[in-house]
Ligand binder design. Structure first.
Ligand SMILES: [Zn+2]
Length: 112
């Protein structure tokens, strides 16, 4: 249930964002989450619902976009979009690679 931690972090960001008096009741919260967080959207929503927060956020629904895991081969610079079944880079033998996407957690915007 690491969603609880992420939800608390998100609420921390949102509480600041809704301090602006121009912001009314928030309907939707758009976030982008890298696949390496392995979140389950429904659990993320219920974790969010049960986290204490500003009244303006009470009815907010999360719109979660999951970003793929992308590895970059350090040998040939080729980028590999990985899925669950295939978690290795196969272009160059024994090549090292770095993660360039998949660890994001971004508050993209709010609708109110
Ligand atoms: Zn390569």
């Amino acid at each position: 249930m690491h969603e609880i931690k992420l939800a608390q972090g998100l609420v921390g960001l949102l509480d600041k964002a809704v301090e602006d008096p121009a912001v009314k009741d928030v309907k939707k919260v758009h976030i982008k989450v890298g696949k390496l967080h392995y979140i389950v959207p429904e659990i993320m929503q219920s974790a969010f619902d049960s986290t204490p927060k500003n009244d303006k956020l009470k009815n907010a629904k999360l719109e979660i976009e999951v970003l793929p895991v992308i590895l970059k081969c350090l040998e040939c610079s080729k980028e590999h979009n990985l899925n669950d079944e295939q978690f290795n880079v196969e272009c160059c033998e024994n090549a090292r690679s770095e993660i360039i996407s998949g660890k994001e957690f971004v508050l993209e915007g709010i609708e109110y």
